[in-house]
Design a binder for this molecule. Sequence first.
Ligand code: FPP
Length: 267
Amino acid sequence: MPSIGLSKPLNISREIMPRHVAIIMDGNGRWAKLRGRPRIFGHKYGAERVREIVEQAGQCGIEVLTLYAFSDENWKRPIEEIGVIMHLLEHYLRKERDELNRKNVQFRVIGDLSKLSSSLRNLVLETRTMLSGNSGLILNVALSYGARAEMTRAVAAIAAQLAAGQLKPEQIDQELVSSNLDTAGLPDPDLVIRTSGEQRISNFLLWQAAYSEFYFTPIMWPDFTRDEFTKALESFASRERRFGLTSAQVESSNQAASMQKMESRPC
Ligand code: FPP
């Protein structure tokens, strides 16, 4: 069983807390295999871990947590496994949405919802509406999601606006592209975490992760505890993000920003 143990408090300033963390929750199948159990056993424990990480993200003041729950490519998995993952998602939403509401969590989904069963799609839309009045953490679930498909949909939407004469070619800029993606209105991810030792992006947020920091850990997703999340956040806090600038330029702008630093707080 994964441990639920007490976690170490994290004492870093909220200025160096990422606004948006995106996680590729990988390794459920291998975690189960190591224990001589079927893959679905790993997904079940993986879903348990989601609850804990969502709670911690909210406590840390993270604005957006994107979880890669099911990719476009995952539709090619055995039908039984797809069924179990869909069932777990449904179960999670039914069971957790009141609690998410109490915790002031908002809910969004990115991906091609047309491929989902109508019951899951309705549940997802209902949950989004139910939590839409909240103002805390945005839990953004990538479901039936693939970045290339998302970008293709955005290109098609922009082409349709051009064809309808609502847009001129010279009006196409990066902001317009961003606003036609599923993540419209969300900040780009500052930190992308991938568990299980794999070091790939796997068609996840290809546009949005242009300047993200990456954190790869060998820990399998069902073992990704609050302490492991803390390590990822500490690693992020220790990095210098340059966005194409020089170190000296970054340093002088950081000095200005640190004048307004808020109190650090444990989370
Ligand atoms: C990757 O592990 C995991 C998935 C494809 C499914 C993730 C789904 C959950 C954790 C279920 C619930 C999600 C939410 C948001 C409630 P893998 O199967 O690719 O593992 P492997 O690489 O070891 O085979």
